[in-house]
Design a protein around this ligand. Structure first.
Ligand code: SF4
Length: 298
């Protein structure tokens, strides 16, 4: 373990690379990363560094987002087969069809989508800013892709907008049930429940707080409770424990995204040594995908 960590540090220097790890990555991957966070925050951070190479430990849409924001840098991913199941539930052709069925509606797309889909959106959003982005659209009707759970949550906060929902979802958050939350509450009485908005509506209805992975950290920090029930992917435990020492975090234990665990120390070394698994995007698509991301970040 020490040897492989040392090798990663050596390669980082040789390549002038920055390593990014999503909050859901394996603990040992988070520990070798320069930055740990959500996909957009990481991509923005990497774009401001003078690194020549970005190693994105996460799923492919995250590496694509990093490439969209840093077209001049080389972006590599430890395992190119790490695809997000929710992002796969939406295609550019489907977006075109729904847009033609809803003339005048703006397409707001969650960042958890492929670059090809981003190229068809009017504006991109994250789970942190989705409500603000939808409220800020010029049209009364909005097509929200691809997460129906986040879309339903956003619609409830934007009464002035008609939100056309997509039928995509994150299988990991979708699998968290009311029964599991009740069981966690019974085991940890008094612990606040913090849920990610990718959870189902009936689960969100049980939560004391709803927010993105980054917001979960600020909620946990300011909570009076030492026990906190967290409804998201279990990889988040490592980050929460690092940021909030002394507190205990309780997850639905089956909430594991296998795609987010595909980057490990060996695959990081392998892609850095070979400079393999480069994220290449068609230049025209990259330009088109940049516009909705740029509109979001301003
Ligand atoms: S946790 Fe869900 S949204 Fe995140 S990468 Fe996995 S499948 Fe996609």
């Amino acid at each position: 373990m020490e040897e492989i960590v040392a090798r990663i540090a050596e390669l980082k220097g040789e390549l002038n690379a920055v390593i990014l790890a999503h909050n859901y990555c394996l603990p040992e991957v988070q520990d070798v990363a320069d930055y740990v966070g959500d996909s957009l925050g990481l991509s923005i951070k990497a774009s401001t560094t003078d690194a020549d190479v970005i190693v994105f430990c996460g799923v492919t849409f995250m590496a694509e987002t990093a490439k969209i924001l840093s077209p001049g840098k080389t972006v590599i991913i430890p395992d190119p087969a790490a695809h997000c199941a929710m992002a796969a539930m939406c295609t550019p052709e489907q977006i075109d069809r729904v847009r033609s069925e809803n003339p005048g509606a703006e397409v707001v797309g969650y960042v958890n989508s492929t670059a090809a889909c981003k190229a068809r959106m009017d504006v991109c959003c994250t789970s942190s800013n989705a409500v603000e982005i939808v409220n800020g659209t010029a049209s009364d009707r909005v097509i929200f892709v691809p997460d129906r759970n986040l879309g339903t949550y956003v619609a409830s906060k934007c009464p002035g907008k008609e939100v056309v929902l997509w039928n995509g979802f994150c299988p990991i958050h979708q699998a968290i049930t009311v029964g599991q939350v009740s069981e966690l509450r019974d085991r940890f009485p008094g612990a606040p429940v913090v849920a990610h908005p990718e959870c189902r509506t009936e689960v969100l209805d049980m939560a004391d707080h709803i927010g993105s992975t980054e917001k979960m950290i600020s909620i946990a920090r300011s909570s009076d409770s030492d026990d906190i029930i967290v409804l998201t992917e279990v990889g988040m435990r490592h980050r929460l424990e690092a940021e909030c020492p002394g507190k205990r975090f309780h997850f639905p234990e089956h909430a594991v995204c296998s795609a987010m665990k595909m980057a490990d120390l060996r695959s990081i070394v392998s892609c850095m040594e070979g400079m393999s698994n480069r994220m290449e995007l068609d230049p025209e698509m990259l330009d088109r995908a940049y516009a909705p991301v740029k509109r979001m970040v301003g």
